[in-house]
Ligand binder design. Sequence first.
Ligand code: SAM
Length: 292
Amino acid sequence: MQKDIATPIRTKEILNKYGFSFKKSLGQNFLIDPNILRNITGFAELTKDSGVIEVGPGIGALTEHLARASKKVVAFEIDQRLFPILEDTLSPYDNINIVHQDILEADLKTAIAEQFTDVDDVMVVANLPYYVTTPIILKLLEENLPLRGIVVMLQKEVGDRIAAKPGTKEYGSLSIAIQYYTTAETVMIVPKSVFMPQPNVDSAVIRLMKREKPAVEVKNEAFFFEITRMSFAQRRKTILNNLTSGLPNGKEKKEIILNALMTAGVDPSRRGETLSIQEFGALSDALLVSFH
Ligand code: SAM
């Protein structure tokens, strides 16, 4: 087997050979610890029949681990300067396709249909660029792609919010947006020392496994997400106060809001952070007739 790209010595050799300089604005913090890469790949539970989408292959550190464990990897990289490097470092592998595109602009539904014709399942696995963590994860979930799940490295603080349970200070509309589609868990905390250059923040790996159907059945998804965002607008306010401020003519329609809270079995003096996804579902359905 090839020597790993991700050892500190080999990474430095590659960077020197190509005179590569990191762009902070692109979130370029490369992994230089093969153990972490083995762990990330393991969490994805890939088989030789799995397809993998990677976001931001960098110099290929994670890509080669994914290629060894799966049938095919399609990796989206925004930085053109990395292409000659990837062609060199990943030359031993014939099951990797690197696409020069901003992941946020990519038509992933078509890419999956065209590139993964003969795989059993598709996972997204990545060490994400931290400046766009949330938009990337939301895109992957909201586009209703045929994914089995997502395993990504991100800022620990964002991971904590994504996997948070009701009643904690990290729980908010992001937790709900993601747990609506997936079961979310933090599977590893990662020290700064495994990156080059080291990021300013702590990191974690999270695993999001797609639910067969959303965590709660709602009449109108967009309205459900609107109500959850509104309920956390001012965290110290009660759910009643956030809804009367956020809903159109909410102050005049206080009675209607109170009735909807009662129908949903939610005490108006509670704070948004204590409501479960199921309670938000019942509440948005109860408000829908009067506010949509
Ligand atoms: N996977 C490599 C590793 O673990 O060493 C690099 C990870 S680095 C944290 C993030 C990578 O994402 C960089 O290669 C960066 O150029 C790329 N990137 C940044 N923004 C991107 C975007 N919008 N679309 C695709 N790739 C992006």
